[in-house]
Design a protein around this ligand. Structure first.
Ligand code: SF4
Length: 369
């Protein structure tokens, strides 16, 4: 993975910078990371060997650019034009630029930028909902050929779905914060962002847990060397069309505990069968009700990314629809939140049977009332 750091050092800029790894690393060697200097590697991508060939080959992979600073830092304004010249010269290399200063992009591009260059990916970082609302609208409006979103360190829940729907963000990456003073990352934030990516068909990468990771309300302190491995092992990255969630291990909830939680939910517990719906169920018989339930589960829930997920189950019109809302089996988000069944995967036959059993149990209990 080639890294090109044309300058080093940065100014802290937003919440995500508080425990900046550049500052941490520099402090450990007695250096002041707030002093921004041009590096000896400024022209790294165009350095040549004795044979006159570029040292950096196109086969070396993506060039991660300005990883110990911010490419759009104002202190570096005088050096940036030279970098664009280098990027223009090395059209055979792909440059990956991550920034927290996306609002400076338009004033920092070269005159011949046009609608963007094929070999440049621009990534905006946003760490919480406030920064997401500030930076994502800018990111999606820019003339760039490739753009990604990086939510790292993830410091809170982010609602990016309305922006992801536009279909111009190529990938979302998220991860927790590392280091001694790391702030916690809640797995629920990661899963929520992943569900937004699934619904909008955007690839998602869960890169690292961070040092303080909250899962199911419990806080875990995770060693640096395990943070990426644990995120990978969780299986919570997502590639559309690849049944990515099939690798996720989970445990179905205990039925009594589930129904106790459902009855405590004001929204779920307000669903009951009307007399008309009860008569319909009795007339059709429970075998037919089960066939209907199996059919709804198969056709509206079982796909990796069901059409109109979150809106595919009517609120009324069939006893099974009511049962789905009452038991949180109405969409894939609810199935993940209430039943632990991961989104982004095709439902197995046994998962479909589990859901159908829950629906039938609820209908049978309603008929007793
Ligand atoms: S913008 Fe990036 S490099 Fe600069 S201080 Fe913030 S986290 Fe560090």
């Amino acid at each position: 993975m080639p890294i090109w750091n044309p300058w080093h050092g940065c100014k802290k800029y937003s919440e995500g910078c508080v425990n900046c790894y550049v500052y941490r690393r520099d402090e450990s060697i007695g250096k002041d990371a707030s002093v921004v200097t041009r590096t000896k590697d400024y022209d790294h991508p165009i350095k040549k060997n004795r044979s006159g060939e570029y040292k950096l080959k196109s086969s070396d992979g993506i060039v991660f650019t300005c990883m110990t600073s911010d490419f759009f830092l104002d202190t570096a304004d005088e050096w940036r034009a030279g970098c664009w010249d280098i990027i223009r010269e090395r059209k055979d290399l792909d440059f990956f630029i991550i920034t927290k200063r996306i609002e400076r992009f338009m004033q920092c591009i070269p005159p011949d930028w046009g609608e963007g260059w094929d070999n440049v990916t621009i990534c905006a970082t946003c760490e919480n909902s406030v920064r997401a609302e500030q930076r994502i609208p800018i990111l999606i409006s820019l003339p760039v050929k490739h753009r990604q979103l990086i939510c790292e360190p993830l410091l809170g829940e982010i609602d990016a779905e309305k922006y992801l729907k536009k279909g111009v963000i190529e990938k979302v990456t998220c991860g927790g914060e590392s280091g001694n003073n790391a702030r916690p990352c809640d797995f629920n934030w990661v899963k929520e962002l992943r569900r937004q990516c699934i619904r909008t068909g955007v690839p998602f990468s869960f890169k690292q847990t961070g040092a303080v990771f909250i899962k199911d309300g419990r806080t875990y302190h995770i060693e640096r060397k395990l943070q990426m491995a644990q995120a990978k092992k969780s299986g919570y990255s997502y590639i559309p069309g690849c049944d990515s969630g099939a690798e996720i291990r989970y445990t179905l909830p205990d039925r009594n505990a589930l129904f106790s939680r459902l009855s405590a939910s004001g929204f779920r517990s307000r669903f009951t069968l009307s007399d008309e719906e009860k008569n319909y169920a009795v007339q059709k018989g429970m075998d037919t009700m089960r066939i209907h339930a199996e059919d709804f589960v198969l056709k509206r829930l079982s796909q990796e990314n069901p059409e109109k997920d979150g809106r595919q189950t009517p609120m009324k019109g069939h006893p099974v629809f009511k049962a789905q809302h009452a038991t949180a089996c109405c969409c894939r988000s609810c199935l993940e939140k209430w039943h632990n069944i991961p989104s982004g995967k095709v439902l197995t036959v046994s998962e479909q049977k589990y859901i159908t059993d829950i629906l039938m149990y609820w209908i049978e209990e309603q008929l007793k009332k």
